[in-house]
Design a binder for this molecule. Structure first.
Ligand code: ADP
Ligand code: MG
Length: 719
C-alpha cells in the first residue's frame, strides 16, 4: 500500500471538510488510524478528540508498562480505572477489559497484570489509565449515518433504558438548540433527569454537549458513527466515560442542494404533445388523450401518431419534426424499449418537460436498468426534466389538465395538492373523493427517474392555488434536500405525509448503539417530527386532515366550544381536545346569559353543551352564533344526529362568520351519504368520530400556533 499517497488523500479529505479551520488533533488521529488500516478510533483517541472539542472526559492516557500505569495513576490521583486498548476488543467490559475503582498503586499493578494475562492472545495496544468518575446518571449520545437522511444524532439514558426499553430519540444533523431541547424532553426517562433522588441534572450542560457533537460531526463528516456510552450526568456538568468513533475516509458528503426548480410551465403548459396518443378505445394511450380533451385542457394538444391522420378528432402528427412550434410538455406513453428513443426525440426538439407514462422497465431486468440510465444521460445532456416513468402524469384542475392513465370524471377546482407514487391510487381515490374534496394539483411520481417529491413540493409551496399539501409515498430520495424543502414550504402551508413504514429486514449487526437503534421507521418518524410535517396514520387520517385544512380557517385560540346531542360523545370530544393540546373555552357572563335565554332549562353545562336529543337545527345555529362572539372560543365541534343531517345542513350553511372553524361529527354518516356530500360541499368537514374531529382541529391549531397563522382562504366550498 502506498501509505504516503493515502495519507495525502486523507489529509485532503479532512481539509475539504474544514475549510473554516483545521483540527490538527483530528487530522493526526485519523492519519494514525489510516496507517494502521483501522476504520475506528480507540477509546483514548476518541476521548482526546472530544477533549479537543471542549467535552469533558475521564482522560485518554495510555500506559505501555506497569510502571507507567502506576506513574500515570499517581499523577492523576486515585481512584483510577484501567481499560484494555485493543483493536480486537470493542466491547471491553464484556470480557473483563475494564478494572474499576483502583484505590492505590498496588491495585493498579494487580489490575495491570490481570489485563495482560486475560488478553495475552489478543493484540494489546496499551492500557488506558483514567480517572474514576463520580457516580451520576448514565446517558448515551450516539451518531450514525442513515442512508436517506445522512448523519443523525441519538440521545437516551444509559443501561436498560437503551438496551431493553429502547427509550431514545433521534434528530437529523445539524440540530438547532430547539431540536436538542425537544429531543431531550421527549424520552420517557426525562422525568429522571429533572429530579433524581431530589436532584436535577445539569440540562444546559447536556444540551451544550449534544450541540458540540453535532457541530463536530457536521464539520468532520468522515466520522461515520460515534458512541458516547456512558456519559455521566451531574448536578453540575457531565463526564464522558467511554467513547468510540468509527470513520469512513472515503465518505463524500453530498453537496448541499437547496436549488428550487422552476416547474411552472410543467404544471401550467401552453401546449402538450403526446407520443403514443391513440385512437383505439380501450388503450391507455386513448384514455390519457381522452382525459386531456374531456377536461378541456387550457392549451393546444398535438397527438403524435404515425398511423392516424387524427386522434379522437384532433389533427395528428407523424413525428415531432412535423410540428413547427415549441412545445412545453410532452407525454410519452409507448413500450419500455421504445421509450429512450422517444425521450431523445423530445429532447432534440427542445422540449423542456417530459411526462413518461410508459412502464415495464422493471420487468425488462438489466435491459430496463440500462434504458433508465440511458434516459437519465439524455435528460442531463439536453437539460430537460422528466416525471416518471411508470407514473400516471399530472392533474391540474386549475389548468383543466388531466394526464391520468385511468379515465377521470369531472373534477372541481380545489386547493389540495397531492404528491403520490402510484397512479392507480390516484384514480381510485378520485373516483369517490371528488364528491367531498377538491384537488388543485395531483402529481404521480412513479419510479422517480428525475423529478421527485421534493421538486414538486417546492412547486406546490409556491402555487397560490394550493393551500394544503398531502404526500402519499413509499420512499424519500435524498432526505436532507426533502427536509429543507419541507422547512421552506411548511411556513406557508401545512404538509401531511402518509408513508408506509417498512420493517428493517436484512440489517446487519451494528457496532454502535446508535446504528442498531436507528431503524428506518424510527429515523423517519423523528425526521418528520423535526421537520414539522404531519404524519398521517392511514388514508382516512390523511384525508381527514386535508379536509379540515382545506375547508376551514385555522383556529386562532385554543378554546373550543363543543355542542352535542349526546353527552357521551361530547365528553369524548372534550377528552380528545385536552389530550391533543386544546381545551374547552369559557363564555363571558353576558354571552352566558344570552345562551341561557335560548336553552331548555335542563341543559346544565354550557360547554360541552349537551342538548340531549332535543337539539333543533335553528337552536344549534343560534348557539354557534352566540359562542362565536366569545373572545375565548376560537372554534366549534358539533356532534349531529345523523338522521337529521339535511335539516342541520340547511341552517349551518347560513352561518356567515368565516373566521372560526366548525368541525362536525355525525356518528352514522356512512348511511346518509347524500347529506354528507352536501355538508362537505358547503365546506363543513364531517367525521364519523368525535375523536377525529377534535384531533384534526388540534392539528390545525398546532400548525397555526407554530407558523404564525399564514394567510388562508376561509371556508372553502367544494365545487
Ligand atoms: P465498554 O467497552 O464495555 O462499553 P466502558 O468503558 O463503557 O466499556 O466501561 C464499562 C462500564 O464501566 C461503564 O458503563 C461505566 O459504568 C464503568 N466505567 C468505565 N470507565 C469508568 C470511569 N472512568 N469511571 C467510572 N466508571 C467507569
Ligand atoms: Mg461503554
Amino acid at each position: 500500500m502506498d501509505t504516503t499517497k493515502n495519507c495525502q488523500e486523507i489529509k485532503s479529505t479532512i481539509t475539504d471538510h474544514t475549510n473554516k479551520y483545521t483540527n490538527y488533533v483530528l487530522q493526526k488521529i485519523l492519519e494514525e488510524a489510516h496507517l494502521q488500516n483501522r476504520s475506528y478510533l480507540t477509546e483514548p483517541e476518541s476521548k482526546r478528540l472530544l477533549e479537543n472539542t471542549g467535552i469533558a472526559t475521564t482522560g485518554y492516557e495510555v500506559a505501555r508498562s506497569r510502571k507507567a500505569a502506576v506513574e500515570i495513576s499517581n499523577s492523576i490521583g486515585y481512584p483510577v480505572v484501567l481499560k484494555i486498548v485493543s483493536p480486537d476488543m470493542i466491547h471491553k467490559s464484556d470480557s473483563g477489559g475494564v478494572k474499576l475503582d483502583l484505590k492505590n498503586p498496588n491495585d493498579v499493578r494487580n489490575a495491570y497484570n490481570d489485563l495482560i494475562h486475560t488478553f495475552y492472545a489478543k493484540q494489546i495496544d496499551g492500557i488506558a489509565v483514567q480517572k474514576m468518575a463520580l457516580p451520576g446518571i448514565e446517558a448515551i449520545v450516539g451518531v450514525t449515518r442513515d442512508p436517506i437522511f445522512e448523519h443523525i444524532i441519538m440521545f437516551g439514558l444509559g443501561g436498560e433504558f437503551v438496551e431493553v426499553l429502547k427509550d431514545v430519540s433521534f434528530r437529523i444533523l445539524p440540530v438547532s438548540e430547539a431540536d436538542i431541547d425537544t429531543m431531550i424532553k421527549e424520552i420517557q426517562g426525562y422525568a429522571l433527569l429533572k429530579r433524581h433522588r431530589g436532584v436535577s441534572v445539569d440540562i444546559p450542560a447536556l444540551k451544550e454537549l449534544i450541540l458540540k457533537i453535532s457541530n463536530m460531526v457536521s464539520n468532520y463528516p468522515v466520522i461515520k458513527e460515534l458512541d458516547l456510552n456512558p456519559i455521566l450526568l451531574y448536578e453540575s456538568g457531565n463526564m464522558v466515560v467511554d467513547a468510540r468513533i468509527f470513520i469512513d475516509k472515503n465518505y463524500n458528503a453530498p453537496s448541499e442542494d437547496s436549488t428550487i426548480p422552476d416547474l411552472h410551465d410543467f404544471f401550467y403548459p401552453r401546449n402538450i404533445a403526446m407520443i403514443g396518443a391513440s385512437d383505439n378505445k380501450g388503450k391507455l394511450g386513448w384514455n390519457v388523450f381522452r382525459n386531456l380533451i374531456s377536461h378541456n385542457f387550457k392549451g393546444d394538444l398535438y397527438p403524435i401518431n404515425p398511423n392516424s391522420e387524427t386522434v379522437q378528432g384532433v389533427k395528428a402528427y407523424k413525428n415531432l419534426d412535423e410540428l413547427n412550434q415549441s412545445i412545453d410538455v410532452a407525454i410519452v406513453l409507448v413500450s419500455a424499449s421504445s421509450t429512450p428513443q422517444a425521450v431523445e426525440d423530445c429532447c432534440k426538439k427542445g422540449i423542456k418537460y417530459i411526462v413518461i407514462e410508459s412502464t415495464g422497465f422493471a420487468e425488462l431486468g438489466e435491459k430496463g436498468k440500462k434504458a433508465r440510465e440511458e434516459m437519465l444521460a439524455i435528460l442531463k445532456k439536453y437539460n430537460c426534466r422528466a416525471l416518471g416513468p411508470s407514473c400516471s402524469g399530472v392533474i391540474n384542475t386549475h389548468h383543466n389538465m388531466v394526464q391520468s392513465l385511468g379515465l377521470v370524471d369531472e373534477l372541481g377546482k380545489g386547493n389540495v395538492g397531492l404528491i403520490t407514487q402510484a397512479g392507480v391510487y390516484t384514480t381510485g381515490i378520485l373516483w369517490d373523493l371528488r364528491h367531498i374534496i377538491d384537488f388543485g394539483i395531483i402529481a404521480t411520481i412513479g419510479s422517480k427517474l428525475d423529478i421527485g417529491e421534493t421538486d414538486i413540493l417546492y412547486h406546490l409551496g409556491n402555487d397560490d392555488n394550493i393551500d394544503v399539501i398531502c404526500l402519499q409515498i413509499e420512499d424519500i430520495t435524498r432526505g436532507k434536500r426533502f427536509l429543507s424543502a419541507v422547512k421552506n414550504v411548511i411556513r406557508k402551508k401545512p404538509i401531511i405525509l402518509l408513508k408506509s413504514g417498512r420493517t428493517d429486514v436484512g440489517k446487519k449487526t451494528k457496532l454502535s448503539h446508535a446504528a442498531s437503534l436507528a431503524g428506518e421507521e424510527a429515523v423517519n418518524s423523528f425526521a418528520f417530527k423535526q421537520s414539522g410535517i404531519f404524519r398521517a396514520r392511514n388514508n382516512e387520517h390523511m384525508i381527514g386532515l386535508a379536509k379540515g385544512f382545506a375547508k376551514q380557517p385555522l383556529p386562532r385560540t385554543d378554546g373550543v366550544m363543543v355542542i352535542t346531542y349526546t353527552g357521551s360523545l361530547g365528553a369524548i370530544a372534550a377528552d380528545s381536545l385536552y389530550l391533543n393540546g386544546m381545551r374547552l373555552g369559557k363564555l363571558e357572563e353576558e354571552l352566558k346569559k344570552q345562551m341561557q335565554d335560548i336553552l331548555p332549562d335542563y341543559v346544565q353545562s354550557l360547554n360541552p353543551l349537551d342538548y340531549s336529543f332535543t337539539m333543533s337545527p335553528s337552536e344549534l345555529r343560534k348557539t354557534i352564533e352566540i359562542g362565536a362572539q366569545s373572545m375565548d372560543i376560537g372554534s366549534f365541534i358539533v356532534v349531529i344526529q345523523t338522521e337529521n343531517l339535511e335539516s342541520f345542513f340547511n341552517e349551518l350553511k347560513e352561518i356567515d362568520f368565516k373566521d372560526k372553524p366548525i368541525m362536525t361529527c355525525a356518528p352514522g354518516k356512512e348511511f346518509t351519504l347524500h347529506s354528507v356530500i352536501k355538508m362537505e360541499k358547503a365546506g363543513f368537514p364531517i367525521y364519523s368520530t368525535a375523536e377525529m374531529a377534535a384531533e384534526v382541529l388540534c392539528t390545525m391549531y398546532d400548525y397555526g400556533d407554530k407558523h404564525g397563522f399564514p394567510t388562508q382562504k376561509a371556508r372553502h366550498k367544494v365545487a
